[in-house]
Design a protein around this ligand. Sequence first.
Ligand code: NI
Length: 178
Amino acid sequence: MAIRQILRMGHPNLRRVAQPVDITHIDSPDMQLLIRDMVDTLADSGGIGLAAPQIDEDLRVAIIEIPGGPTRYGDIEAMPLTVFFNPVIEVLDDQRKGFWEGCLSVPGLRGFVERPQHIRVTYTSTAKQTEILELKGFLATVMQHEFDHLDGRLYVDRITDTTLLAFEDEWLKHNNAT
Ligand code: NI
């Protein structure tokens, strides 16, 4: 078990377009170790998603685990721990909705980001199978946030109204009802 250091905004390696994973290497010991480290690091952080570039690994892999139930994002659908290799997003409906996003690489801040709410994700699973998910609402936002990391993008890049960027403690005091 290894909890890895999470790069913070300002580190140039968060801004790279990550390299595709060679699918034949998915079950290699190195890749299995990386996934274990990502799972440990995510569990330690209390977040819901982590992309490999956030722990300074230049690979197109991300993990997401959403406990579900009532949260500050409303009553959301759970998603068991899922590993996404080389995910690709296709927007099925460009109608957007905003959520107050946070990011382990941008600690202490929240920002309101509007994203398409109906997408299709195609990725390779840990079993080396091509999987397709169709997602709506908050889950669609979570996927777009995580997979943006694989292209060197952070949610702050997508904030269109910078008055809706806040320190988390102030946001909790003043904006929690949004
Ligand atoms: Ni993030």
